[in-house]
Write a protein that binds this ligand. Structure first.
Ligand code: C5P
Length: 243
C-alpha cells in the first residue's frame, strides 16, 4: 500500500493528500484533548463514531443546500473531503448557557438563552483560541465582510437544522463549534463548511434527564464517554441495535 503524504496532524484528526488535486483524506483519531490540550486521553472507538456522525450530518446539511467540504466516507476512519483554505476562526453557536459562557458571565448552566448567540474565536493554539469580535476579523483581514455574512447565515441554518434533528431523537443542542474554509474558482472565493460536526464539538444533553452525551464527559471525568458517543450514533440510526 502506497503511503499517503501527510499534510497536517491536529489533535483529533490527520489530513492526508487525496487521490485527486483539490481533495484531501480526513482521518479520525481516537485521541481527545481538552482545555487547550492540557488534558489528553483517548476515547476508544471515537474516531469511527465521529466519522459516521459527521458524514450523516454533512450529508444532511448538503441536502438542505449548505455547501460543505464532505465528498464521501471512504472507510471506518476516513473520509474524502475538498481541500479548502481554512479561515482561522472558530464559530460557536449557543442556544443554552454552558461552558465558557457560563463561567465568563456567571450564567447558570442550562439557562435557555432568549436568543441564539454566535461567537468568534481566533484559531491559535499558542494563544489558547481567544474570543474575538467582527472588528478584529476585519482589522486583521481574517475574512471579508461578505464572507462573515455568509458564515453567520450558514451558522444559523446549521443551528436550525441540527436543533430539529437532535430534538427529534430526544437531544437538546446546547451549543456547538463550526469551522469554514474557502474554495477558489478562478479569482472568486466561496465559503463552505469544513472540519467535522460530532460530539467532540457539540454539547448534547438528553432532553428528559439532562444527561451529557458529548465531550464534557471527558472534560469533566464523568465516565461513560464511549457509551455517550455511541448513544448519539444509535439514536441517529447509525448503529445496529447490538453495536
Ligand atoms: O468551551 P466553550 O463553552 O466556549 O465551548 C462552546 C462549544 O464549542 C462547545 O460545544 C465545545 O465543544 C465547542 N468547542 C470546540 N472547540 C474549541 C472550543 C469549543 O469544539 N476549541
Amino acid at each position: 500500500v502506497a503511503r499517503r503524504r501527510q499534510i497536517y496532524e491536529g489533535k483529533a484528526k490527520i489530513l492526508y493528500e487525496g487521490p485527486e488535486p483539490g481533495t484531501l483524506i480526513q482521518y479520525f483519531k481516537d485521541d481527545a484533548t481538552a482545555f487547550n490540550a492540557q488534558k489528553r486521553g483517548t476515547i476508544s472507538g471515537k474516531g469511527v463514531i465521529n466519522n459516521r456522525i459527521s458524514e450523516h450530518i454533512f450529508t444532511s446539511l448538503s441536502a438542505i443546500g449548505v455547501p460543505t467540504h464532505f465528498i464521501r466516507r471512504l472507510n471506518m476512519r476516513e473520509q474524502l473531503i475538498r481541500q479548502v483554505e481554512i479561515i482561522p476562526i472558530e464559530v460557536v453557536i449557543r442556544n443554552v448557557a454552558a461552558g465558557s459562557l457560563s463561567k465568563r458571565l456567571g450564567i447558570e448552566e442550562g439557562t435557555q438563552l432568549p436568543r441564539t448567540i454566535i461567537e468568534y474565536y481566533y484559531k491559535d493554539d499558542a494563544l489558547g483560541d481567544p474570543m474575538i469580535a467582527d472588528e478584529h476579523i476585519a482589522c486583521f483581514g481574517w475574512a471579508t465582510q461578505d464572507e462573515m455574512n455568509d458564515i453567520a447565515d450558514m451558522a444559523i441554518r446549521v443551528n436550525d437544522f441540527l436543533s430539529g434533528m437532535f430534538a427529534a431523537i430526544g437531544i437538546r443542542l446546547i451549543d456547538f463549534k463550526l469551522e469554514f474554509g474557502r474554495v477558489w474558482d478562478g479569482d472568486y472565493a466561496r465559503v463552505i463548511l469544513a472540519d467535522e460536526i460530532s460530539p467532540d464539538g457539540c454539547r448534547l444533553w438528553d432532553i428528559k434527564t439532562n444527561q451529557k452525551l458529548d465531550k464534557d464527559r471527558f472534560r469533566q471525568d464523568l465516565g461513560g464517554v464511549e457509551e455517550a458517543y455511541q448513544e448519539v450514533a444509535r439514536r441517529l440510526g447509525l448503529l445496529q441495535p447490538d453495536e
